[in-house]
Design a protein around this ligand. Structure first.
Ligand code: FES
Length: 167
């Protein structure tokens, strides 16, 4: 068997291709990660968080439910706390509303400032009906977002709040 000697030119070609490939991979990796990140994030958005609220204990009066979970953002993990106003409607269905005002993002309160049977935003006097619909003539121009809900072992689970349209 004859050994084929590697010429200086071939050696340089192989070496440069290797180094070039390594550098190209280093540049492409972040771009690929950037491109597929929304796909990964979408998976996370579909997650439900378990709260300490027992569904059996819910009534027709909205209660404030706070819940926390860990959020992974690239290499950084942080604890996020969110809130929902939760009650059972006339059909016994669980309704969970985001407390974030659709005007400028303040937090709304159930029956705040003596507004009976309504959510009240203290920042600019925004009002919402119990189902989250914004009251015309007050600053908010859209209904409160609504959490998708599930029940696990008797406890309420909440997904990511979504905009709702109320006729
Ligand atoms: S932020 Fe709620 S009314 Fe302005």
């Amino acid at each position: 068997m004859s050994k084929q000697p590697v010429s200086r030119r071939q050696f340089l070609n192989y070496t440069l291709m290797g180094v070039g490939g390594f550098m190209a991979a280093g540049m492409l990796m972040p771009m690929v990660r950037f491109a597929i990140d929304p796909v990964l994030a979408e998976g996370a958005a579909g997650e439900f968080q378990t709260t300490n609220q027992k569904v059996d204990e819910l009534t027709s009066t909205p209660v404030r439910v706070d819940f926390s979970y860990e959020q992974q953002d690239a290499w950084y993990t942080s604890e996020v706390t969110e809130t929902a106003w939760v009650y059972k409607d006339e059909n016994g269905e669980v309704v969970a509303l985001s407390p974030i005002c659709k005007h400028l993002g303040c937090t709304v309160n159930w029956e705040g400032d003596n507004n009976e049977n309504q959510f009240y935003c203290p920042c600019h006097g925004g009002l919402y009906e119990k189902n989250g619909n914004n009251v015309p003539g007050t600053p908010p121009t859209a209904p409160l977002d609504k959490y998708p809900t599930k029940v696990k072992d008797g406890f309420l689970q909440l997904g990511k709040p979504e905009p709702q349209t109320i006729a």
